[in-house]
Design a protein around this ligand. Sequence first.
Ligand code: ADP
Ligand code: MG
Length: 224
Amino acid sequence: MSESIPPQAEPTPAGRPFGELPLSPALLATLEQLEYRTMTPIQAASLPLTLAGHDLIAQAKTGSGKTAAFALTLLTNLNPRRFAVQAMVLCPTRELADQVTQEIRRLARSADNIKILSLCGGTTMRPQRASLEHGAHIVVGTPGRIMDHLDRGSLRLDALNTLVLDEADRMLDMGFFDDIAFVASRCPVRRQTLLFSATYPEGIERLAQQFLRNPQQVKLTGQH
Ligand code: ADP
Ligand code: MG
């Protein structure tokens, strides 16, 4: 799907206020309430690109604020009045999926009734299927369980506009490449795809080539 990956984007300086981004007043107010005063370096480097609609490969170490970078993007892309799954985040483990779900919920709290579901293995399908029947705007989950729901028809992705591969390096380590490929094949071709990773092993390039379109690339190594 993608051509070659362009050279890494120039990170913008850190410590800049969120107010300079094209975010809704409601999201800016929430960030202030959460005391997120300035962008972290990965947020400052990636948000101008993702909010402009680009696909993105972002690499930065654990704890650098990657979750809010993609959460603010998918919330900006979201139409709360359309009750259909518009964003999906794939994570390697249930623990990480739950953390991501919590962070998105925190950032979405000013918006009315945005429903976010966490769909992971280790519990029975039935309650998840019941929740999906009631509808959701955002789903976060592990590739295997998301695949099961797609297989059984309990999850439809035709309204999806944003796909996030979080902790992509770990998902590759855990052997999820084929599951990710299956899930991506069920997503609309016209979408924004964001790939986040703490490290940049060889397989990431392959993931990006296959599932991202003309991605911008931001790599922060060292202190950030
Ligand atoms: P990563 O995914 O890169 O490992 P997280 O997204 O989990 O990092 O963020 C690490 C911590 O930083 C979280 O507790 C989050 O709430 C906090 N955080 C994220 N962005 C900001 C910000 N701009 N200002 C203050 N704290 C932030
Ligand atoms: Mg993370």
